[in-house]
Design a protein around this ligand. Structure first.
Ligand SMILES: Cc1cc2nc3c(=O)[nH]c(=O)nc-3n(C[C@H](O)[C@H](O)[C@H](O)COP(=O)(O)OP(=O)(O)OC[C@H]3O[C@@H](n4cnc5c(N)ncnc54)[C@H](O)[C@@H]3O)c2cc1C
Length: 310
């Protein structure tokens, strides 16, 4: 289909972009990588009267660690994560996440900020940002706000961003020593949105007990879900198989999926259970500096009733 008619501007500064947003009220949309917005325009699922293309604003494309945090600018692309040494070293969960988003073509254009601003519960970064305890920096006519990732996702395709605000940056506090994370996703075919996904970030003490955990779930509810009960359960426990299995069961309970072409709620909860166990194991191994054999992300072991679960 052909999009409905819209006007277009490519401002040179964030202030100009904000002025245009204010001028057009709810009728304007920010265009970043265009990998979600353009398909929606073509399907006429979105019909903005004005597009504000932020791609010509300089100095918004960065992934850098400073002041004790990783800063991801509004125009940083998925592919930029792969090129970052500090991400590879300290934030492997971000690489896990980017690697399972679409394909290289999409990842060369799609921005990480756009991925979260879109508010799609099927997008992969939101759960990871929740697990990492990220903050989203929103600029608008009333100034700058800092919104914790776990408060950002309000309902289906609705975030805490006001229509006149721009998400200028994601800030991820630098993980403590002996911290790491992992993201696992089941997809029907390579490049698909998640049937379910689980993000886990853990911090271990020097005896490998978990002293902090962040857990986020993808596409098993109307918004990305913070699995807060799983996080509390993991805290102050050794991450042995008993703990991992129980935590994975709790994560499955915290999922709130609906039936669709990707499966029944029961099936999706079970996928969460399997992926949560795998993500906790891998996050813990990375945090401890050890290695474990990891199953391929797209494999799924169905439950066997009344026997030990994976
Ligand atoms: C074939 C295909 C497969 C895909 N598969 C996956 C997948 O498996 N997992 C996944 O997570 N994603 C997937 N995506 C979506 C992709 O990651 C999107 O690019 C991403 O969701 C949006 O980022 P963008 O920069 O392209 O944003 P755009 O498409 O430009 O914008 C998306 C929305 O966010 C708003 N927006 C963007 N940036 C800002 C900002 N800085 N401030 C305020 N609002 C902003 C826009 O106004 C718009 O409403 C897929 C896309 C395609 C085309």
């Amino acid at each position: 289909m052909i999009p409905s008619q819209f006007d277009y501007a490519a401002p040179a500064t964030v202030d100009e972009a904000l002025a245009l947003l204010e001028q057009h009220g709810g009728g304007a949309k920010i265009l970043a990588g265009g990998q979600s917005l353009i398909p929606m325009l073509k399907l006429r699922l979105a019909e903005p009267e004005f597009l504000i293309d932020i791609n010509r604003i300089p100095d918004l494309r960065y992934v850098e660690e400073r002041d004790g945090a990783l800063h991801i600018g509004a125009l940083a692309r998925e592919a930029d994560l792969d090129r970052s040494g500090v991400v590879a070293q300290r934030y492997p969960i971000l690489l896990d996440t980017a690697a399972v988003i679409a394909d290289p073509l999409v990842r060369n254009s799609a921005t990480i900020c756009g991925n979260v601003a879109h508010g799609d519960p099927g997008n992969d970064h939101p759960a990871t940002m929740i697990a990492l305890g990220a903050f989203f920096i929103a600029r608008g006519p009333r100034g700058t706000r800092t919104i914790p990732a776990h408060d950002f996702f309000i309902s289906l395709f609705t975030t805490a961003l006001e229509p006149d605000e721009i998400l200028t940056e994601i800030v991820i506090p630098r993980p403590a020593d002996r911290s790491s994370g992992a993201y696992f996703k089941l997809e029907r075919k390579v490049g698909d949105y998640a049937t379910a996904g689980v993000a886990v970030q853990v911090t271990l003490d020097d005896r490998n007990a978990c002293i902090g955990a962040g857990v986020g779930l993808t596409n098993v509810g109307p918004t990305p879900i913070r699995a807060a009960r799983t996080e509390s359960f993991l805290r102050n426990k050794p991450l042995d198989e008993g703990t991992v299995g129980q935590a994975a069961e709790i994560a499955a309970e915290e999922a709130d999926p609906i039936e669709d072409r990707r499966g029944t709620p029961e099936y999706k909860r079970d996928v969460v259970r399997v992926l949560a166990a795998r993500a906790i194991r891998l996050a813990a191994a990375r945090a401890a500096g050890t290695t474990i054999p990891t199953p391929l992300p797209f494999t799924y072991s169905p439950p066997v009733r009344d026997t030990a679960r994976s």
